[in-house]
Design a protein around this ligand. Structure first.
Ligand SMILES: Cc1cc2nc3c(=O)[nH]c(=O)nc-3n(C[C@H](O)[C@H](O)[C@H](O)COP(=O)(O)OP(=O)(O)OC[C@H]3O[C@@H](n4cnc5c(N)ncnc54)[C@H](O)[C@@H]3O)c2cc1C
Length: 492
């Protein structure tokens, strides 16, 4: 295979490694021969993440980024050595979980060394009294949850990508699972971490239920897209497996009615584990056979936990839905959701029809939620080539929501897939910011959102950049992400 036959998407600022053979030899000295590869088949496997646009590129003989060397460290000390050596040689290092990220976080846009965390897959300790588990961060999400379930617990973190994402990836993108309304996002679940800093120093944080020991420095390493450190170990909160689960669904005449009902439930301090609002377009797509939901907005609920509390949650949930003219649709829509919740073939098959499709999740306080929803739909549907723009709302707080948009369309004759994709992204984010929302709820920043960081963070971005500079003066850890404008963007 010759990589010259592929068109490389991210080629600007790509670093060339001098004396590559010597670098490979040194890495083999650190890691052992079998944990270092420059085989073409391995290089190819790490050229992209699961950004949907990368499927369009693959079908057209294009690759996103081109790494030079792949490594699979087995100890924290090996990671330290890799980083120290990479600093000496000024070689980019890209942490890699399972590549399920959808914003380009693990794409090696400057080339360099991939540090695949797969061998950091051990569960180190579970403590029933404290309700905590400690695991290495390369562990596959499903393996962790399956282990906990067998012992009678759950971590409550069930992203749709559970089967193909890692604990380290969740931490790096500040992920959210389908049951987040009860159990929280990953930043609520993580109690402590061990991190290797960009220059190869190990730091760790004490596990404590809460503290008042100075700033929450540990939080700096949650959400950094792997640019501020490589997280090697984490302690998570866990919960006893739920005693009871109740499934409910209601259809509403408008998105506003569904917002009012769900907002009022949360105001009562009631947290159904799952709440999902499907706008009328997604309701048609997902629940075509539910008569009561025709032309309506479907909301599914899962209440779980202690049986007596679940019964109470059911009463309050029903009361608020009915007060807002919700029509009871029974358990079937929720069972259907359970059956299909990990199915993603619908979107991932679109690129084969030359359709460019993607999802963009954002956050909003309640008083802007309806505005954010309508503003995005109104502005994206006006774009040339857009075939669909729909939304569901899947993460709920007493103060607001996470809204998840899906767009699809065909680029015009003069437009590349990337240009069309960027136009849809930029239009969405611009509408969100104008409506007072926040640009990302759980997929992280990576490449796709880096050029919106200034708008999102305002004057604080300067300090964040200074922290990056302080921790990583040579900018070797996942360069080109989060803090810099990586997109060749058209109109701002
Ligand atoms: C079909 C589908 C469904 C999805 N559903 C959800 C969902 O429900 N909720 C959700 O939040 N996300 C979801 N995602 C997005 C994705 O699964 C998450 O972003 C996930 O957290 C990425 O994990 P990963 O292990 O695959 O990380 P990767 O994609 O390998 O890496 C992501 C980022 O983390 C960095 N990184 C990885 N490991 C480490 C480490 N140990 N230390 C430091 N940095 C590291 C990488 O450099 C990169 O910047 C979905 C994706 C797909 C394709």
């Amino acid at each position: 295979m010759d990589f010259k036959d592929f068109e490389l998407i991210y080629k600007e600022n790509r670093c060339e490694i001098k004396d590559k053979q010597k670098v490979v030899l040194k890495l083999k000295e650190i890691l052992g021969d079998s944990n270092v590869s420059t085989e073409e088949i391995d290089i190819l496997a790490y050229t992209k993440d699961t950004s949907l646009i990368a499927f369009n590129w693959a079908l057209q003989g294009q690759i996103a980024g081109l790494p030079d060397i792949i490594t699979w460290p087995e100890t924290v000390e090996q990671i330290c050595e890799i980083l120290k050596f990479a600093n000496q040689k000024k070689i980019p290092v890209i942490p890699y979980g399972e590549g399920s990220g959808v914003v380009g976080g693990s794409i090696p846009i400057r080339g360099g060394i991939i540090v695949d965390m797969k061998k950091f897959n051990k569960i180190l300790e579970i403590n029933n009294e404290n309700l905590i588990v400690t695991a290495q961060t390369g562990i596959n999400g499903m393996n962790l949850e399956r282990y906990l379930n067998k012992k009678g617990y759950t971590a409550g973190h069930i992203p749709q990508s559970l089967y193909f994402s890692s604990l380290g990836g969740w931490i790096s993108h500040r992920a959210a699972g389908q049951f987040s309304t009860k159990y929280g996002k990953i930043e609520d679940i993580i109690l402590s971490m061990e991190v290797v800093l960009p220059q190869g120093e190990i730091i760790d944080f004490k596990t404590t239920p809460r503290a008042s020991t100075g700033p929450q420095f540990d939080k700096l390493f949650i959400g950094g897209s792997g640019t501020l450190g490589i997280v090697t170990k984490a302690t998570l909160r866990i919960w006893p497996a739920p005693e009871k689960r109740t499934l409910l669904s209601y259809a509403f005449s408008s998105i506003e009615d569904s917002f009012n009902a769900t907002r009022q439930i949360l105001r009562e301090n009631v947290y159904p584990a799952v709440i999902r609002i499907y706008d009328q377009f997604e309701t048609i797509r997902h629940f075509p056979d539910i008569d009561n939901a025709k032309d309506k907005v479907m909301v599914v609920f899962v209440c779980e936990g202690n049986a007596k509390l679940v019964d109470l949650e059911e009463i309050i949930t029903r009361e608020k839905c009915e007060k807002n003219s919700g029509v009871d649709c029974g358990v079937h829509p929720v069972e259907h959701w359970f059956d299909t919740r990990f199915k993603v073939t619908e979107t991932s098959s679109m690129p084969t029809y030359k359709i460019v499709v993607d999802t963009i999740e954002v956050a909003s306080l309640w008083d802007n939620a309806s505005n954010v929803y309508h503003s995005v739909l109104d502005s994206v549907k006006k774009l040339e080539g857009v075939i669909m723009i729909t939304a569901h709302v899947s993460h709920f707080y007493p103060n607001g929501v996470g809204i998840y948009f899906t767009f699809g369309g065909a680029p015009g004759k003069e437009q590349t897939d990337l240009e069309f994709y960027q136009k849809c992204w930029d239009t969405t984010i611009k509408a969100v910011l104008k409506a007072g929302g926040s640009i990302a709820h759980h997929h992280g920043i990576g490449i796709n959102r880096s050029h919106w960081m200034e708008s999102e963070w305002g004057r604080s971005i300067k300090t964040l950049r200074e922290i990056k500079q302080l921790l990583d003066p040579q900018n070797i850890l996942n360069p080109g992400k989060v803090y810099v404008d990586t997109w060749k963007r058209g109109e701002k």
